[in-house]
Design a protein. Sequence first.
Length: 109
Amino acid sequence: MVAGLWALLAFALVSVSPGALSAKTTTKPQEHVVEIHHFKFSPATVEAKPGDTITWKNLDAAPHTATAKQWDSAKLNHSQSWSLKVTDKGTFEYICTYHPAMKGKVVVK
Ligand SMILES: [Cu+2]
C-alpha cells in the first residue's frame, strides 16, 4: 500500500515536469534590429533577453560603430551590419566612437 502511494507520487512528479519544461522553452530567442540612420540609433533602447541577438545596420553613408565597455562592433561602413548575441543580464550603454554624441542602450533582463 505504501509502495503504491510512492509510485503514484512519483508518477505525479514526472507528469508535472514536461509541462514546466515546455513553458520555459516557449520563449524562443529573438532577433532585434537597430538601424543606424541620420546619425542616430533606432530604436535607441533595445530590451532583450539572454540568448537574443541584436543586429546593427548602418544605413548612413558615414561609418559608425556600436561600442560598449563589454563589446565593440568595430567600423561599420554603409550597408554593413554586425550582430551580437547577448548572454549576460544588465544595462549596456553604448556609443559610436566616431560620433560620441550618438548613444544607445541595450537592456538585457
Ligand atoms: Cu557614428
